[in-house]
Design a protein around this ligand. Sequence first.
Ligand code: IMP
Ligand code: MG
Length: 188
Amino acid sequence: MGSASSDSFAPGRVLIAEEDLATRVAELGASITADYAGRAPLLIGVLKGAFMFMSDLARAVDLPVEFDFMAVSSYGHSTRSSGVVRIVKDLDLDLADRDVILVEDIVDSGLTLNYLRKNLLARNPASLEVCALLVRDSDVYDEDSLRYVGFRVPDDFLVGYGLDVAERFRNLTEIRVLDTDGAGEGAA
Ligand code: IMP
Ligand code: MG
C-alpha cells in the first residue's frame, strides 16, 4: 500500500542536470573555502534531503570540515511544510564557539529553516550561516539570511539529488519536476 501510493508519481522533465549541479556545488565549495580560510567549519546537514548535496559540497571544500546531522520532520504528510517542526534526531556535537554552516536541500516557505536557525543560535555558535542548494523563486523567505544559494527554482514539486516524494527518487543524479499523473513523459 505504502509503495502503491508512490506509483502515481513519476519523475518528469529535468530541471537541473547532473553536470550543472556539479558545477554549482564546486563553486559553492570554493566560496566556503575562501570565506572560512584558517577555520574548521562544522557542516550540519538536515536529513534526509540534504545528504547528497552535503556529501558533494564537503568534498568541494578544501578545509578541515567536521560533520553533524539533524533530522526533522514536519507534522503531517503533505508535500507542503506546516511550519511545526519536530526534531527526530538531534546533533551529537556541541556548537559552542563553532563556525556552523547549516546545509539544506530546499527552502520553500522557510518555516523549517526559521525554526532550525533559532534552535541552533540558542546553542551559542561563533557563527551560523546557511547553505541551501535550492530556494523557491516565489518564496517569502528573507534571502539576506541565506549566505550560500545554489539555484533559484520555480514553484514545482521537485525530486532527485536527495529530494523525495514519499521517500522515492532521492537517488536520481539530477533534479526533476515531479509528474503527478504518473505518465512520466520526460523520465527517460
Ligand atoms: P519549508 O519549511 O516550507 O521551507 O520546507 C522545506 C522542506 O520541505 C525541505 O527541506 C524539503 O524537505 C521539503 N520540500 C519543500 N519543497 C520540496 C520539493 O519540491 N521536493 C521535495 N521536498 C520539498
Ligand atoms: Mg527536508
